[in-house]
Design a protein around this ligand. Sequence first.
Ligand code: PLP
Length: 458
Amino acid sequence: ALTTPNPLSTQAIQALDSAHFIHPFTDHADLATRGSRVIVKSEGIYIWDSEGEKILDAMSGLWCVNAGYGRKELAQAAFDQMMTLPFYNSFFQTTNVPAVKLAAKLASLAPKVGERSFEHVFYSSSGSESNDSNVRMVRRYWDLLGQPQRKVIISRHNAYHGSTMAGASLGGMSGMHAQGDLPIPNITHIDQPYFFENALPGETADEFGVRAARWLEDKILAVGPDKVAAFIAEPIQGAGGVIIPPASYWPEIQRIVDKYGILLISDEVICAFGRLGHWFAYEKFGYKPDLVTFAKAVTSGYIPLGGVMVGDRVAKVLIEKGGEFNHGYTYSGHPVACAVALANLEIMEREQLPQRVKDDIGPYLASCFEAIGTHPLVGVAETCGFTAGLVLVKNKASRERFDENLGVGMMCRRHCFQNGLIMRAVGDRMIIAPPLTMTHADIDEMMRLIRQALDLTL
Ligand code: PLP
């Protein structure tokens, strides 16, 4: 019975779900009483549940579905590749055509910055694995350069870099650290550049941005500059609540990493592939990473694929001095995933999705968020490209926040969920990252649903 479409009632699926399926980041006691919402189909910017309710997905799944749902070309690419060569590994001197073509394509899309360019790709199947690979590559790089004492990687509190031991350690989520005896050794954190929360009275955004970047220099000096291997950061923090650094932040970070010669890792699992109006987000902020993590929207989430763009500085050392790098995954360069990625990038190019975000729907979303910023419950509303966040406040004039235990964000999220909108809550910050295919009318409809949820939460 399980093989035919929707053969079971919602209740029956929920009972099986609760009996057998351990979900990520989920309280199962709560799930057992409430039941999961069963998502059964999708088209464009919408998903449907098993009761037939239509929901506008303003989170693109989990920041993945940049090209929107229902793309037959991607299914066709997977089908064709599965019938030709469903799998072969890229270990031990073999390769496959989609993996090679995709590597060359990604290299052509990654902008050159100054003397640094990205000619090489290392593949994985997710963002977490890619960041584990980053840790391995960074350490190997310094070992090969005769500086094995350079092991420390600096990251930021409230960053998200994945859920493996290294990914969760690089990430700065205290709840994750508490449950896993993390971080693993030689990973340390500085504070995030969250202007709304951490600025001093009277401090401008640019003053704050420079001050926040200098926490990196303080940390380098505290650890010992000869022990620091790399700094890793998301261009804007996604899972942390769409935390957008002031314009002064990244240039100052660049000055500091250059001064101490440490590697810079840009984790673009969320920010690449059009989300911020560029193929890669380091271009938007004008900094020069040595390694760039990607995943999610490289295939618009249709099939798992991740990887690292390896800049010339690191690639040269690994390739010319390294011999065999004892690291890799069975699915590194999976032909089906790479074929889907190629088809997805072709759609994005044809429909100019990064450009649309930059010139059209990004600015339109910004104007809509400026308008919703006047809502009595909203302390600040801000966008970057085609992602946005707003803070729910108790008192708009004084910017007084709600008591954390009240769970006001989750309350608002539930109102969205019940009214046909997926919006995510991170504490008291409500965030979105919709498909890049949205029209102005779609955005208007999304804003109507957001306003309705805010009114209900008031
Ligand atoms: N890095 C960033 C910036 C992310 O947002 C995520 C996931 O949300 C990850 C890494 C982990 O990716 P994955 O869940 O594919 O392992």
